[in-house]
Design a protein around this ligand. Structure first.
Ligand code: ADP
Ligand code: ASP
Ligand code: MG
Length: 432
């Protein structure tokens, strides 16, 4: 049975990081192996910036510079890996960057989302081209597969929906078992008409789950710069602890509330087939990993904390002192959906409906304009939302540390509180 590996941006950020893939892949060669890779390091952010330059600034000076940087960065990695034999690979990198530029020109007048998908997909096309060439160079027979022909989606650009039947057929015919490593891109897909799409930021984990689901894989291993899944982001909390066992359902809750370690869509396709997900460190592969499966026994062993920064609070009230009843709530949520926005916290009372959203101007601006026209609207920015699961009252109180709570929502397992970011510590600590 197949194993699916996924390496994220950090695991392939430079030539040294890419070299570390080899022993991990070789150690698993007794089984059929599919490898899913995202763009190198922060390439997707760089491509987004390049696109913003191209669309904002007709002179396209910034765009050119960024394109050259992208090309030079990938060529340098190709050269560091293949040395004197890098000529062909560097040429291939040049061709891909040229194709990116052509797609950019062709789609300048298209909607932002279409333009985004036709250009940003090159991050993954470049990284996989380099890694596949290097594996073959080192004697690991590897086939490079184009995920745009494997993961078939609709044309909901930047957040495409999977056509499962077409995807299953494509994956089974092109990526089913063989002796060679099959290597493909995360995050990207294609419509049945051959138009590139993307699955949403950080979507490579989801790609790995799609491949595993369609191949009835034995296991998915996601290699990270952390040993596994923690009960809080170890970069933000000084006493986060690793969660060695967790259920699919609990992991979806953590990811949905903003734990930026796994894409929330990853778990569904794995749960359907009972495929375990292992999160491991590519830096210390021998360290005990986190294993996610159907077993729910360990879910409440530790309280978990999830932070979301740069939040905007919207307090919506009827203008005529009437109730915030179901038709009004329906109307407000309809406008949220219409604007393509998402609320991280929703709360209601007799005359107020409260929403807390990420500060994404392209989504928030139309929502705010629409609400402002018919309701009395107040907004606050620069806020931090903390979501805590499986915590007792005393822990919640100590975590609050006397800060003013601007909005709150609670149920039996989850408490969400919104604070001013300036009131929050740089490094958090979960009280014992
Ligand atoms: P990649 O894109 O390379 O697959 P990410 O950078 O998306 O990996 O995810 C790894 C990062 O997720 C870690 O460096 C860590 O700071 C962050 N992170 C956030 N929440 C958690 C958590 N609950 N457990 C582990 N890591 C977390
Ligand atoms: N490269 C994409 C991103 O940065 C997808 C991923 O890394 O999962 O969002
Ligand atoms: Mg990531």
């Amino acid at each position: 049975m197949t194993t699916v590996f996924k390496f994220g941006g950090a695991s392939i950020k430079d030539a040294d990081a890419i070299r570390r893939l080899m022993p991990l892949i070789e150690a698993h060669r007794e089984r059929p192996l599919v490898v899913v890779i995202s763009a190198m390091g922060k390439t997707t952010n760089a491509l987004e910036a390049l696109l913003a330059d191209a669309r904002d600034d007709g002179s396209s000076g910034g765009y050119r510079e960024r394109l050259d940087e992208l090309k030079a960065g990938h060529e340098a990695v190709a050269e560091a890996l293949l040395g004197d034999e890098a000529r062909e690979l560097k040429q291939r990198v040049g061709e891909l960057v040229k194709a990116l530029d052509e797609q950019h020109r062709r789609h300048c007048e298209s909607s932002y989302s279409v333009h985004y998908d036709q250009t940003v997909c090159y991050g993954e096309l470049l990284s996989t081209t380099i890694v596949a060439a290097w594996l073959n160079h080192e004697g690991v027979a590897t086939d490079w597969l184009d995920a745009r022909e494997l993961v078939i989606t609709d044309d909901h650009h930047q957040d495409a929906n999977i056509d499962w039947q077409a995807t299953r057929e494509a994956i089974r015919s092109q990526a089913a078992s063989g002796d060679r490593v099959r290597l493909t891109q995360g995050f990207i897909g294609g419509t049945s008409d051959g138009i590139s799409t993307t699955l949403g930021r950080e979507g490579s984990d989801f790609s790995a789950a799609i491949l595993a689901h369609c191949l009835d894989a034995a296991e998915v291993v996601i290699w990270k710069d952390v040993p596994g899944l923690f009960n809080a982001d170890p970069r933000r909390f000084d006493n986060a602890v690793q969660l060695k066992r967790l259920s699919y359902a609990e992991t979806i809750e953590l990811a949905w509330h903003g734990a930026k370690v796994i894409h929330p869509k990853t778990l569904g396709p794995l749960k359907q087939k009972g495929i375990p997900l292992t999160v491991r460190s590519f830096e210390t592969p021998e360290a005990p990993p986190s294993v996610i499966d159907a077993d729910t026994r360990f879910d409440a062993e530790h309280p978990s904390c999830i932070l979301r920064d740069d939040q905007v609070l919207l307090e919506v009230k009827p203008k005529d002192f009437s109730f915030m009843d179901e038709p009004r709530q329906h109307d407000i949520l309809g406008r949220l959906v219409e604007a393509g926005a998402h609320a991280n916290l929703i709360d209601g009372s007799a005359m107020q409906f409260t929403l807390c959203c990420d500060n994404k101007p392209e989504r928030l601006k139309p929502l705010i304009e629409s609400l402002d026209a018919d309701y009395s609207l107040e907004r606050q920015e620069e806020l931090t939302l903390i979501t805590v699961r499986h915590a007792g009252e005393s822990l919640l109180e100590r975590l609050r540390e006397g800060r003013e709570v601007l909005a709150e929502r609670r149920n039996a397992t989850t408490t969400q509180r919104l604070f001013r970011s300036e009131d929050c510590p740089e490094t958090w600590h979960i009280p014992d």
